[in-house]
Design a binder for this molecule. Sequence first.
Ligand SMILES: NC(=O)c1ccc[n+]([C@@H]2O[C@H](COP(=O)([O-])OP(=O)(O)OC[C@H]3O[C@@H](n4cnc5c(N)ncnc54)[C@H](O)[C@@H]3O)[C@@H](O)[C@H]2O)c1
Length: 345
Amino acid sequence: MQTLQINTPGQKSDIFIVDSRQLFQQFCSPHRTVIITDRNLYHLYNSDWADFHVIVIPSGEKSKNLRRVEKIYFQFLSAGVDRDWTILGWGGGVVCDITGFVASTYLRGLDCGFVATSLLAQVDASIGGKNGVNFANAKNLIGSINQPRFVICPQDVLDTLPQKHFINGMAEIIKTAAIGDRHLFSLISEKREAILNRQPEILQEIIYRTIRYKAQIVSRDARENNERRLLNFGHTIGHAIEILTGILHGHAIAIGMYWAAAIANRLAYLSKGEVTELQQLLIAYGLPTTTRINCDRLCDIIYKDKKRQGNTIRFIILKSIGRAEVITLTYPQLKELLYDLRLPN
Ligand SMILES: NC(=O)c1ccc[n+]([C@@H]2O[C@H](COP(=O)([O-])OP(=O)(O)OC[C@H]3O[C@@H](n4cnc5c(N)ncnc54)[C@H](O)[C@@H]3O)[C@@H](O)[C@H]2O)c1
């Protein structure tokens, strides 16, 4: 077992990278815990939850909305959830985001924890306390920042994760490597085959390094006033692509990272060679680096991004592989840079 911790003002979150999911029983009592999960995971794991109250939501991004949140509040009411209960999200990023949000709003905040089951949830969505739902065609527009008491990242659940979702999670690992961990970048370049075959030791090592990087940043800047912004590398463009095309989060972020790297090159921050290096790594993991999209529509969605302030947007660029920086672009500047990339449409 490997452990990490996030310490933010007034909150502490313990993270456990473990072999077996059964650890969750040590953190919550059956009669005062609601497990929130999705349909796929319910079918796979419900035998672990005898005596627990379980709420099942439809799988996938379409569940991340206020209508689903309201339904869950009603289910809490009928289960008699009070302030002594724990809300446990058992699933991928969608389940973690919704669970974190309902737990931080119902009765003005309940105890919350996660069993993160997708690679993406283990290395990113369950870590750092951001939660929320999509609203009015914008990603995660409604939400809060509230650290879960515990996050369990069991390696045994990854056995049932479909390969396309495994690859989806690799995008956030590559993101971490690109913005802050050159060694991790080399590791995932060199050990591609072992990682794609889910060889346990190497997998656990890259999961640990990725979580450790995020945990350190969140501990220093939980509310994203400063360096936490770096974690948004690829997300300004990626979120807009995700909304417009409906492709998986990690796939959209992969395209967002490559386009952001190309923009960094255009602005003379990043060498052409390193743009290519990033692109080749994404492709080596079966991630896309481009998509057919209408540039005007893309820009319209980006305009709604949470990171926009008036007419400017904070944009994350790479200065080299392993080193990122936040720059400010005006919205027309970003639009022009995107047009310059000559995206197919
Ligand atoms: N809050 C954050 O900081 C943060 C960070 C990154 C991403 N996110 C959000 O995370 C979401 C994407 O997460 P995701 O890719 O995990 O999506 P997801 O939760 O939809 O899971 C992907 C699919 O894999 C299935 N699945 C998950 N674990 C499984 C397992 N062990 N075995 C079998 N099937 C399994 C799910 O049922 C689902 O069908 C997006 O909504 C994104 O916005 C949030």
